[in-house]
Design a protein around this ligand. Structure first.
Ligand SMILES: Cc1ncc(COP(=O)(O)O)c(C=O)c1O
Length: 371
């Protein structure tokens, strides 16, 4: 069997990730490899950490990319902070909150969950009420629920969580680099993300950040972390000054991440947040022009990912297939309980542009007219 040269189509990626990648990032990935303990790579590791601190808006020393996708970051933070029998509160209003529950149980945590309808956000009071009923070690919440398109406001949440002596763990996979995460000013103790969403880098790394209070909790564990690969107390010696060998960092992915973060710094975080917000608003306006409607009410709508109601009588999957096959545009269908009911449209990082929005709504309108 002779395999042909790789020949993928030039897709316009407007799904829930990966987002499109700037040509500079692709060029960075093609740079010749150096060894992972080469002084040049060691220097690059420092730069990546500094740039990540800028994007997370934190001074946390423990800020680095784990080698693995966003789920590796999720697995790592849950596994490092949840020991058997530890009480944990998870706020669930979508698919990824469910996954946090699953992981908590796998690590033997004693799970309490509060649930909210998919498409809604939690109020600080709801979290306070749950904490009044039960003292927990960690409160977990998803800031940008990719399954529903809800942006969870974080004001006052850390204050309440800390009042009850717990740690606040936040999933920032679909927010980091697109909406303000502000780790330090929001009082977030533990956060993880992924590279393929608003950072606009290929999937493969999971940036995490942990403050000193939470770091002490890892250092004072009663039991040994059951995962060797994701044990943050080991990985921090690899990314810290010691540079003790732990695993071989994916060199080219770190080249790519450095370049994507450099692009974010060049644009400026504030202007980037404005671009995401303005483009999302433009998209919502274009949707109304073609008779479509977002699923989430405007005040909780996430700029980086919009869920759009599939009109009655329309087969959502057929529309996504046509968009891909006839127009080279990728969007996605609903996940979990929203399967068949919504489309998910990501306007993240390099994908978030007026041109893409006009292309997508034009194509969508043509397809819907002919179905
Ligand atoms: C909110 C959220 N958390 C976690 C993940 C898991 O990340 P990954 O698919 O990179 O493993 C995703 C992926 O879509 C996500 O949207």
């Amino acid at each position: 069997m002779v395999y042909k040269d790789l020949n993928t189509s030039p897709r316009i990626l407007l799904g829930p990730g990966p987002s499109m990648v700037h040509p500079r990032v692709l060029r960075a990935m093609a740079h010749p490899l150096v060894g992972h303990l080469d002084p040049q790579f060691v220097y690059l590791m420092n730069e990546v950490q500094d740039l990540l601190r800028y994007v997370f808006q934190t001074k946390n020393e423990i800020t680095f990319p784990l080698s693995g996708t966003g789920s590796a970051g999720m697995d790592a933070v849950v596994g490092n902070f949840v020991e058997p029998g530890d009480p944990v509160l998870v706020c669930v209003n979508g698919y990824f909150g469910e996954r946090l529950c699953d992981m908590t149980k796998r690590y033997g945590g004693e799970l309490t969950r509060i649930d909210k309808k998919w498409g809604e956000a939690f109020s600080p009071d709801e979290i306070r009420k749950a904490l009044l009923k039960k003292n927990v070690k960690v409160v977990m919440i998803v800031m940008a629920e990719t399954s529903t398109g809800v942006l969870q406001p974080l004001d006052k949440i850390a204050e309440i969580v800390h009042e009850f002596g717990a740690l606040l763990l936040v999933d920032c996979v679909t927010s980091l680099g697109g909406v303000p995460v502000s780790v330090d000013s929001n009082g977030i103790d533990i956060a993880y993300s992924g590279t393929q969403k608003c950072i606009s880098c290929p999937p493969g790394l999971s940036p995490i950040t942990i403050n000193d209070r939470a770091r002490q909790v890892i250092h004072n564990r009663k039991t040994k972390n059951p995962s060797w690969y994701l044990d943050i107390s080991l990985i921090e010696c690899y990314w810290g000054n010691e540079r003790t060998y732990h695993h071989t960092a994916p060199i080219s992915m770190n080249y790519a991440l450095r370049e994507s973060l450099r692009l974010i710094q060049e644009e400026g975080l504030d202007l980037r947040f404005i671009r995401h917000k303005e483009n999302a608003e433009f998209f919502w306006h274009c949707l109304s022009e073609i008779g479509l409607e977002p699923f989430v009410e405007e005040k909780y709508r996430l700029p980086s990912l919009t869920t759009v109601k599939v009109p009655v009588g329309v087969n959502g999957d057929e529309v996504t297939k046509k968009l891909l096959n006839e127009y080279n545009i990728e969007i996605a269908g609903g996940l979990g309980e929203l399967k068949g009911k919504v489309w998910r449209v990501g306007l993240m990082g390099y994908s978030s542009s007026k041109e893409n929005i006009v292309l997508l709504t034009g194509a969508l309108s043509r397809i819907l007219q002919n179905t």
